[in-house]
Design a protein around this ligand. Sequence first.
Ligand code: FAD
Ligand code: DHB
Length: 386
Amino acid sequence: MRTQVAIIGAGPAGLLLSHLLERRGIDAVVLESRDRAHCERRQRAGMLEQGTVDVLRAAGAGERLDREGLTHHGLELRFGGAGHRIALSELTGGRTVTIYAQTEIVKDLIALSPEGRIRFEAEVLEVDPASPRVTYRENGVLRTLDCDLVAGCDGFHGVSRAAVPRAKVFERDYPFAWLGVLADVPPSTEELVYCHHDRGFALHSLRSPEVSRLYLQVSPDEELAAWPDERIWSELRTRFATRDGWTLKDGPIREKAITPMRSFVTEPMRHDNLFLAGDAAHIVPPTGAKGLNLAVSDVTALASAIAARYEGGSSALLDGYSSARLRRVWRAEHFSYWMTTLLHTDHSADAFARRLQLSHLEYVVSSKAAATTLAENYVGFAHDGP
Ligand code: FAD
Ligand code: DHB
């Protein structure tokens, strides 16, 4: 089989790249190891930067997002039993963020894809960036896909990153993980609450007026079995408690999972005719809500670079892809690290470090300059920004 662009992975990065190329008349095949139901069910991100919403809208994939997405103008930082609003829109010239689940973006993009363009249950085993060619297994049979370019959008556990020789890896592990739950209960807040507590971080997010999404900092070796629903609600109530008696509504928990936290960047993001995008090239801890947004901005840039090559015959954008993206990736890496260390409780930290952390939190909620730093990074930079 032959195509112009072989895309590995049907996560948000691979699906959006396929869709953007299709709109420009460029042929592509998406190879995805899992089945469609699995891809559509995987609970993950929910917070979209304005730039991400703009890209999806411009690509004709924003119809349901516009109907069901929840626009937010601020968030709350809570610590010491009190909440402090960060006025995201006011501090950023009117920019907003939107709550719309990654699962829904994935469903929307799969629904827009022409029959046969995505091949589910097709596991890529090997990438040859020079030929270029991808070897995959489908229905137990080994097949090859010849192409002009390969897009490695196969996430952190994919195979394409290994096809970049002499790559440099930068990484950081954290002594935290997140226990994430999806609960059938109306959110107890209108805006997201990022809460720092001596017992650990907690986040109150939402999916709809009827569904809440909540996260608890737990230790990385924590077992899910140790967290029956009542323990989860009780721990959430303790961490979110305020001096003025805020209450957390509870209800049936539909799903729960533990996710480790890691920072990871591989450089460069290109070798020969292979281009990496999204989690295949970089991971951030979820506290800054950057992972999905970075994946979207990677493939938006990659789609334009690929189109420039086919339409105008220029490879300049493809040649600059890795260095341009890494600049943006490192900004998000720093912000995600910053939010994570600002808000989590490192139980091994000494008393001096704990005092510094509280001073930092107080500074962010009392200085307009510091709050603006948080806000402009959180809502995301324009495509030609830092
Ligand atoms: P993935 O979504 O991982 O997709 C990769 C795809 O490749 C998968 O479908 C996989 O099955 C497939 N694949 C892998 N190997 C192969 C192979 N060999 N052959 C074929 N296919 C293969 N980000 C945000 O921006 N905002 C948030 O609020 C946020 N919250 C998060 C909360 C949690 C709990 C977690 C875990 C993540 C969160 N993220 C968030 C991060 C976000 O979910 C990821 O960054 C995003 O999924 C990256 O998309 P991707 O397409 O690059 O990779
Ligand atoms: C969500 C996840 C995040 O990591 C975050 O920072 C904000 C919201 C969410 O899943 O809704």
